[in-house]
Design a binder for this molecule. Structure first.
Ligand code: PDD
Length: 289
């Protein structure tokens, strides 16, 4: 798909990407004052939509911005956005800001939010990433204290993720005060003696939709899990490390800071979880067809 055929949604209208414009006074542009969601759509159906809309509400509440739509309205808009774009699998981006107003840090009164949505073809990660794993680097998590809000102000995440790219890696694993939080754009799991280790969903990480699904699948299939605060030494010594996100699904991290993780190959618990995830996706899509 190129920019000319892509149809986006902006403030009540579906229109070609090239015709979608926002004011330079938009508070998203001026302050990064807004929140977003990324929702995968498989076979033209939004995946885990209720969960994504619940998290959107949490983010909006976190920045004290009223939700302009009911969930039923969001579902209709999203259905239409998918229908108007090409690709069986799409990745939907929803973006809300506190609207357009003369620059002043405090909230403007009586201003409508800016609502923008776009769809991009969802390209799965390269197959070899699942088969051989990906490299990651680590860094100190220097973000703010409300990482549970999916804020559009992503400068720290941008800088942290670029660190990975600069080192030929795929993700940056973050440690706050020596404790694992998440990745620059993903959640991180470890495996130790067959047990999945996951950080708690607190204000230091984004409550990932894929994170929840991984824990649900583990519970349903009797794979032991432990939620806790894990220090750097324990994570580096883990048998397996994974990253999860809506666009990357589940990927094995097989090198961290140029050292092998466990055997240096995707582990058995990863392979099991990856298969369960794919199976779940197929079942859900079939059931809603
Ligand atoms: N990011 N943590 C951070 C900081 C993220 O940016 C993301 C996803 C996740 C995983 O959440 P989920 O499983 O709900 O996608 C965790 C999206 C994909 C993005 O910003 O493009």
């Amino acid at each position: 798909m190129n920019g000319t055929s892509q149809i986006v949604y902006l403030n009540g209208h579906f229109l070609p990407l090239a015709q979608a414009h926002v004011s330079v006074l938009d508070r998203g542009f001026i302050f990064g004052d807004g929140v977003y969601e990324v929702i995968p759509a498989y076979s033209r159906r939004a995946f885990r939509l209720d969960e994504h809309l619940r998290r959107l509400q949490h983010s909006l509440d976190g920045i004290r911005l009223a939700n302009p739509h009911t969930n039923a309205e969001w579902a209709d808009l999203i259905r239409e956005l998918i229908a108007r774009n090409t690709g069986e699998d799409q990745y939907l981006y929803l973006h809300l800001t506190r609207g357009v107003a003369l620059r002043d840090h405090a909230f403007p009164q009586g201003v409508a939010p800016t609502v923008f949505m776009m769809s991009t073809p969802l390209v799965p990660p390269p197959r070899e990433w699942c088969e051989t794993g990906v490299a990651a680097v680590s860094a100190i998590d220097n973000r703010w204290d409300r990482c549970d809000i999916k804020a559009i102000a992503l400068l720290p995440n941008v800088l942290l993720r670029q660190l990975a790219v600069d080192h030929g890696a795929v993700e940056t694993v973050l440690f706050r005060d020596g404790i694992l939080t998440e990745g620059a754009a993903s959640n991180i799991f470890a495996v130790e003696n067959g047990v999945i280790l996951a950080p708690p969903k607190d204000n230091h990480m984004l409550p990932g939709i894929t994170y929840d699904l991984v824990l649900e699948l583990a519970e349903a299939h009797g794979i032991p899990c432990e939620i806790g605060r894990y220090g750097e030494a324990r994570i580096r010594a883990a048998d397996e490390l994974w990253l999860t996100s809506s666009t990357k699904e589940i990927l094995p991290i097989t090198r961290l800071d140029d050292r092998p993780v466990g055997s240096g190959r995707p582990g058995p618990v990863f392979r099991k979880m990856h298969a369960l995830y794919q199976e779940y996706k197929t079942q859900v899509m079939r059931a809603s067809a």
